[in-house]
Unconditional design. Structure first.
Length: 96
């Protein structure tokens, strides 16, 4: 059987939305917190960062959120040598 490689825009959109929804639902399930010996502590945790990112992607796919392409990006490169400096010292020192 030949694998289908061409998808319509609607098929791709439906697939992406279904996949993101699946990831969100999986990440919303509680995961038991284990102690050092691997035994459950009685507490549970959720993958909240994954859920929130999935919600953001879902909103973008559905057109609820639109991003502007004119956003600037700020990057600060810090070497290991600079790691010992305080934030104020790094801001005052000239670029290397």
């Amino acid at each position: 059987m030949k694998k289908k490689t061409d998808f319509t825009e609607k098929e791709m959109s439906d697939y992406l939305i279904a996949t993101v929804r699946e990831v969100i639902e999986q990440a919303r399930k509680p995961v038991p917190v284990l102690d050092k010996s691997g035994q459950p502590t009685g507490a549970v945790e959720y993958q909240s960062a994954t859920v929130l990112k999935g919600c953001e992607l879902l909103a973008k796919l559905m057109g609820t959120i639109r991003e502007n392409d004119d956003k600037g990006v700020s990057v600060r490169i810090v070497s290991y040598r600079d790691a010992g400096e305080t934030v104020d010292e790094a801001a005052e020192s000239p670029a290397k």
